[in-house]
Design a protein around this ligand. Structure first.
Ligand code: SF4
Length: 464
């Protein structure tokens, strides 16, 4: 999971706005951050570093950097390792001009694309799949960059929500399946593109609309022009986990409030089964809190903020190694002994992936001498890996793929464990079932449902 942000202004100095936009998307990636822009000499420039946005980048330097358009990226590695070499945006000054790309998602045909490109003489500088898009573009030096980009994307499969910087303007592109969200915002004649709409409010910009699956938008002095990729998908595959966990609750995705969806998941979870003699509902903050509020409203049980989160430590799920993840939980979450002592609680969390967080928190609550602890999960069991940009690369790491639900409850130390069903989760999201990816819950991958190579509309004006 990563966050991308792009800004265009007919005047100047948008690099700082990209910095601010990235800060609002920090929850999507904490390993590295970067900003790229094109200078008056037609050269692409980039600054990037490891860590959080404020650690990796200098706001004061970016504030004084002249740039009419700029893009940025916060990274959590899914393809390629956690190293500065793989930090984005990735950039090049090639025969046709400057280009910079920031990518959220995972190309499922990266290996074959790389083989093909290397056979054509490409030398990859990183292990990131995003570089394949750059190489595909650069291998068409006779075409103008925007046209070359469209042709490059026609060869990519899997998940990509991109912001791209070209001399022709700022480009936003979303794969035909629509795996990852991408939104368009506006303030006056400034335009913004962001992984999530929550990034616009910080800049006083308004959410305009989602970038549609298969849509490519070019933003420049002439305004906003929409194109279609020459690929169409029979079904959309918007990641349901965005609503469960990844996205910020103040974001809107496909017209659906993430907060409302999460609250509804909690309500429906309360309908699954409420344990007897429970005194209150608590959550694993922050990601379980909205669902816990819904659970509380539906069950009539009071909500208590009985687990406290240290706000200065990052999200455990997006830390790169198991060791850091385990340490992170203890540093990050702390149950309140006074609230749990001799009382029974329902503890709501959004998901159990590896089981690390749940096990450690339940153990800490047991140390508070809780009478009983019932764990409720506001999504279905995660049994399958994700190949579309989320760090669950193997079933070996997934608790629900290895163990029965009773075994998980025993292992994490809960008195009972219940999950939301897949159907209830989809109902709570409120989008048609055939518009969502639920592969990590049910193993239904894109597979044979591939994009057909048909022109979706106005691609004729791009391809000769
Ligand atoms: S497999 Fe799961 S995490 Fe990955 S895109 Fe699909 S729903 Fe999202």
């Amino acid at each position: 999971m990563c966050g991308v942000f792009g800004a265009f202004s007919p005047r100047n100095f948008v690099a700082e706005e990209v910095y601010l936009g990235l800060s609002a998307l920090q929850h999507r990636g904490q390993e590295s951050a970067g900003v790229a822009w094109i200078d008056e000499n037609r050269r692409v420039n980039v600054v990037k570093g490891m860590g959080l946005v404020y650690e990796a980048l200098s706001q004061s330097v970016l504030a004084e950097t002249p740039a009419k358009s700029a893009i940025g990226h916060v990274r959590y590695s899914t393809a390629g390792g956690s190293m500065l070499q793989n930090a984005q945006p990735i950039c090049a000054n090639y025969a046709q001009g400057p280009v910079a790309i920031a990518h959220n998602g995972n190309l499922t045909n990266f290996e074959s694309l790389r083989d093909t490109l290397e056979n054509r003489g490409a030398i990859f500088q990183s292990t990131s799949d995003t570089e394949a898009i750059l190489q595909l573009l650069a291998h068409q030096p006779q075409r103008r960059p925007f046209e070359a980009l469209m042709r490059a994307l026609a060869e990519a499969r899997g998940a990509y929500s991109l912001v791209v910087l070209l001399e022709e303007g700022l480009v936003a592109a979303r794969d035909p399946w629509g795996f990852r969200p991408l939104s368009l915002g506006r303030r006056g004649d400034n335009y913004y593109v962001a992984s999530e709409s929550c990034a616009f409010s910080l800049l006083g910009a308004s959410f305009v609309r989602d970038v549609e699956p298969g849509e490519v938008i070019l933003i420049n002095e002439r305004g906003v022009t929409s194109y279609r990729l020459p690929l169409e998908s029979k079904k959309k595959w918007l990641c349901s986990f965005e609503y469960v966990y990844f996205a910020r609750p103040d974001s809107m995705i496909e017209g659906r409030s993430v907060y409302r969806a999460r609250q509804e998941m909690g309500r429906k979870l309360a309908q699954v089964e409420t344990a007897n003699d429970v005194d209150f509902v608590a959550s694993l903050p922050d990601s379980g809190t909205t669902a816990a509020l819904g659970f509380s409203a539906e069950s009539g049980l009071p909500f208590e903020a009985a687990v406290v989160r240290n706000r200065y430590v990052g999200r455990t799920f997006i830390q790169p190694t198991q060791k850091v993840r385990e340490l992170g939980v203890r540093i990050k979450l702390s149950p309140s002994p006074d609230l749990f002592r001799n009382r029974s609680a329902v503890l709501v969390d959004d998901s159990i992936v590896r089981g690390t967080t749940a096990g450690l928190v339940v153990a800490m609550i047991r140390e508070c001498r809780a009478k009983a602890l019932h764990l409720r999960i506001s999504s279905p069991p995660v049994r399958f890996p994700c190949f579309y940009g989320i760090d669950t690369p193997s079933s070996v790491d997934l608790a629900a793929a290895k163990y029965s639900l009773d075994d998980i409850a025993r292992t994490v130390g809960a008195d009972s464990l219940r999950y939301l069903t897949r159907e209830a989760m989809i109902e709570a999201i409120g989008l048609p079932p055939d518009s969502l990816c639920t592969a990590c819950f049910d193993g239904q991958y894109l597979g044979g449902e591939d994009a057909s190579a048909s022109c979706g509309g106005n691609c004729g004006k791009i391809f000769d």
